[in-house]
Ligand binder design. Structure first.
Ligand SMILES: Cc1cc2nc3c(=O)[nH]c(=O)nc-3n(C[C@H](O)[C@H](O)[C@H](O)COP(=O)(O)OP(=O)(O)OC[C@H]3O[C@@H](n4cnc5c(N)ncnc54)[C@H](O)[C@@H]3O)c2cc1C
Length: 511
């Protein structure tokens, strides 16, 4: 069946998540630009992974003087409760380099630092509302006294109001306000690129009984390949085909594969992904009724054991925001892809409020707890005993790396927050691995242009958000994904609109 050309656009954005919508809004700033946003999901499921997100944006900033003006008026009281220090580009670079073991794309990382604050300010000007991350990771009422100032973690202090749902509602609203220039098409899965050699002319959409061709500068913003069991098995390895998918079911990596088949270069940590501890009862694929409420990130204050009763990772290696993205994978490698986070009464008040969606298993003794959770009992009791024996005196401080560690007594140390589990009742939470997004994808330059296999720019093709690879590897500093998508989405939207208006654009019409 031959494709029917319905219309020419200046810019065709594939995917309506954070990166794609920012790209569309940015393109719309060039007067007269006609933009199509092609979204595979129906309208009710629009927003991609961005809608499921906690929507923390990690940006370079100078502290409260930069952050406070962004906080929405309805959350203004929060400002009186906190102090926020600067998060410098050196701090951001340290966190990116450490989490990626040096494998992150350093040039693009610098571009992200340059534009990170500016992009959230720009999104603010487009109607995105912001708040502080207060009450997201701790129930402050259980921790801080009335009037006590809370010293917020500078890297993770800012998020969209009402998290990913609020973020995507706000940017979709901004897009809908630009109906003179931006046209969204829901239920329009893009299945191929239209190209002649390295020159891209548009994309092909598959509908029920026909294909539709959309011509224009193409911005691919259709996420990673995390929702494809086939590609997960192929690239991430055994067992990954069966893990929980935390976000949208539509990010299947098809356009990454098609672009590569058309000559685009690929890059990044194909064997790595962002995956986190999820409640053992979490839905198999992201459910918009719970979004990210099934995440379980209070493990630094726990002892985590597998079904064999053994510890398998350093729960206190660093703040959770710098370890959670690799902790899912560590759990996924355990028998039955299952682990239990064990707390005692000394740390229960530190649990994230979202643990309220879990069913805790509670016991007065460790023996009883072992029976209830079904781990190998003797090994479990031995693990807890040797862990408790390895703990050392010192001051426990949950809000900084307190250095309370197990010394060299354990093969698997705990580097911070190592205090004995000795205050009953004991409480266990079952967790498994949930994939968030993949790290590898298309090769792009600093201007988000896709490079071909030989490293040359492919005409009229951009890739932004998680479909562009090489930015993260092994692990990830929380909040960098959305910032990366927004920064490069804005760059790509502007560049694509300008290219469409310039004489140099290569768009073959009416073939
Ligand atoms: C539960 C959860 C919590 C998270 N929390 C945070 C956080 O707090 N901070 C942070 O920085 N990151 C967070 N992330 C990661 C973050 O959501 C992603 O980095 C970000 O959403 C990626 O944006 P994107 O625009 O690239 O992709 P998406 O937002 O996933 O958008 C991709 C869009 O493309 C569409 N699509 C896919 N294939 C096609 C096709 N062939 N044709 C047409 N459309 C297609 C999809 O339907 C989707 O709408 C979280 C993710 C999850 C799942």
């Amino acid at each position: 069946m031959s494709a029917k050309v319905i219309q020419d656009y200046d810019v065709v954005v594939v995917g309506g998540g954070n990166a794609g919508l920012v790209a569309a809004l940015s393109a719309a700033e060039t007067p007269g630009t006609k933009i199509a946003v092609l979204e595979a999901a129906p309208k009710e499921e629009r927003g991609g992974n961005s809608r499921f997100a906690g929507a923390i944006f990690r940006v370079v900033h100078n502290g409260s003087s930069d952050i406070f003006p962004l906080v929405h008026e309805t959350m203004a009281k929060d400002k009186d409760r906190v102090t926020i220090g600067p998060y410098t580009r050196e701090m951001y670079a340290r966190d990116m380099l450490k989490t990626s073991k040096g494998y992150c794309d350093k040039e693009k990382m610098e571009v992200m630092f340059d534009h990170s604050l500016e992009v959230v300010q720009w999104m603010h000007s487009k109607g995105v509302k912001w708040q502080l991350t207060l009450s997201k990771f701790y129930d402050e009422t259980k921790i801080h006294g009335d009037g006590e100032k809370i010293n917020m973690h500078a890297g993770g202090c800012l998020m969209a109001k009402h998290e990913g749902v609020g973020l995507t509602d706000d940017i979709w609203a901004a897009v809908e306000e630009k109906s003179d220039s931006i046209t969204p098409f829901y239920g329009h899965p893009v299945v191929d690129l239209l190209a002649t050699g390295d020159t891209v002319h548009g994309v092909r959409v598959r509908l029920r009984d026909t294909f539709l061709d959309f011509k224009g500068q193409v911005i691919l913003a259709c996420g990673g390949f995390e929702a494809s069991p086939r590609l997960r098995r192929q690239f991430l390895g055994e067992g990954w085909d069966l893990v929980i998918v935390r976000g949208t079911r539509f990010n299947t990596g098809r356009m990454m594969e098609k672009a590569i088949a058309a000559g685009a270069g690929d890059t990044g940590h194909f064997g790595g992904c962002h995956a986190t501890p999820q409640d053992i009862q979490a839905p198999k694929v992201g459910d918009l009724r719970v979004t990210d409420k099934m995440s379980r990130y209070s493990y630094p204050y726990s002892v985590m054991v597998n079904l064999d009763g053994h510890r398998f990772m350093d729960e206190g290696e660093n703040q959770f925001g710098l370890t959670y993205a690799k902790t899912g994978g560590a759990i996924g490698r355990q028998p039955g892809a299952t682990a239990y986070q064990i707390f005692d009464q000394k740390t229960l008040h530190l649990l994230e409020p979202r643990y309220s969606t879990a069913t805790p298993i509670i016991a007065d003794t460790m023996e009883e707890l072992a029976d209830k959770i079904g781990v190998a009992k003797m090994e479990f009791l031995n693990t807890i005993r040797t862990f408790n024996d390895a703990t050392q005196p010192g001051e426990f401080n949950p809000f900084k790396l307190d250095g309370l560690n197990t010394g060299d007594k354990l093969a698997m140390p705990k580097s911070n927050w190592a205090i004995p589990l000795d205050k009953a009742p004991f409480v266990a939470y079952g967790v498994t691995c949930g994939i968030t997004f993949t790290y590898a994808g298309l090769k792009t330059d600093d201007e988000a242009r896709v490079l071909n296999n030989e490293g040359l720019v492919m005409s009229n093709l951009y890739a932004v958000g998680e479909i562009s690879g090489g930015f993260f590897a092994f692990n990830y500093p929380g909040g960098a994904g959305l910032t990366k998508g927004a920064v490069f989405g804005k760059i790509a939207g502007k560049a694509a609109a300008e290219a469409a208006k310039s004489d140099q654009t290569v768009v073959i019409r009416n073939n």
